[in-house]
Structures are given as C-alpha cells and as structure tokens.
Design a protein around this ligand. Structure first.
Ligand SMILES: [Cu+2]
Length: 157
C-alpha cells in the first residue's frame, strides 16, 4: 500500500510539474520566469473513488433490407428481329431490349402507345428497359422495319 501511494505521489508530482512548466511556457511570452511550487507543500494523495464506467451499449448493426431484385426479361434485337418475339412476365417485372450488332437503328414501339424507345443507337449493348405495372398484352413493333414485331404478356403475380 505504501509503495502504491508513493507511486501515486510520484505521478501527481510529475503531473504538477508538467502543468507548471506548461504555464511557465505561457509566462515566457510576458517575460516572467516560471516558478516551481515546493514539493513539500503537496499533500499526500487521497484515493479518488471513481465510479465504475457504465457500460455503453454497443450499437448493433441494423440489418439493411435490400429488396429482391426485380426480374428483368431480356429481348435481343439482332438480325432484324426481336428474340424472343413474345415474352411473358409478371406484374412489376421489366423487359429489357438489348441492341446487338446488325448495324441498324431500331425502335421498340408499343402498338398502343404504352411505350416507345425512339430510335435506339445501333451501338451493340444499347439497351431500353420498360417496367410493366399492369397486366395485359402489349404488342409492339419497330417503326423502321415493319416486319419486326413482338409482344409482352404481363400476368398477375
Ligand atoms: Cu428495326
């Protein structure tokens, strides 16, 4: 116990010296000299009872709910045709038309005005995607090549 107190006293003195020397540094600006308090004036340290730290609840990661990816049905535009020409999907799903390398400009145009891609670039990989929110039959065609036709059948999920 005595040894412990001695260590504490030493630590306190060191801390006091550090504080005083820090103050002395400030004083230097004003031209005053730093004074060191006599060590005999220091009272024996009284044990300080510190409250036990209250455990801080660690934040648990909230699981993020990632929605399931909406299925996308792919229709290839190549050789001047939609392939497959007729697709069936469920409400809420999408159809994605992807241009391949026949080098021509095409459109994906609904016969009933439900959607229209406009002229798609002939660059391979150009894509046009449409989500279908309502059940029904959606015939479509290419405005440039009248023999290019297809349909999307959307059924209730
Ligand atoms: Cu076309």
């Amino acid at each position: 116990m005595i040894r412990h107190n001695t260590l504490l006293l030493g630590a306190l003195l060191m801390g006091l010296l550090l504080v005083l020397s820090a103050c002395g540094g400030d004083d230097d600006d004003t031209g005053a000299t730093a004074t060191v308090a006599p060590t005999t004036a220091v009272a024996p340290p009284t044990p300080v009872v510190t409250a036990a730290p209250t455990p801080v609840p660690t934040e648990t990661a909230v699981p993020t709910i990632t929605p399931a990816p909406v299925p996308v049905t792919r229709v290839d535009i190549r050789f001047f045709a939609f392939n497959p020409g007729d697709v069936e999907i469920k409400v809420g799903e999408s159809v994605k038309w992807v241009v391949h390398d026949d080098g021509a400009i095409h459109t994906v145009t609904s016969d009933t005005g439900a959607f229209d891609s406009g002229e798609l670039s002939a660059a391979p990989g150009t894509a046009y995607q449409v989500p279908f929110e309502f059940a029904g039959v959606y015939p479509y065609h290419c405005q440039i090549h009248s023999d290019m036709i297809g349909s999307v059948v959307v059924i209730e999920g």
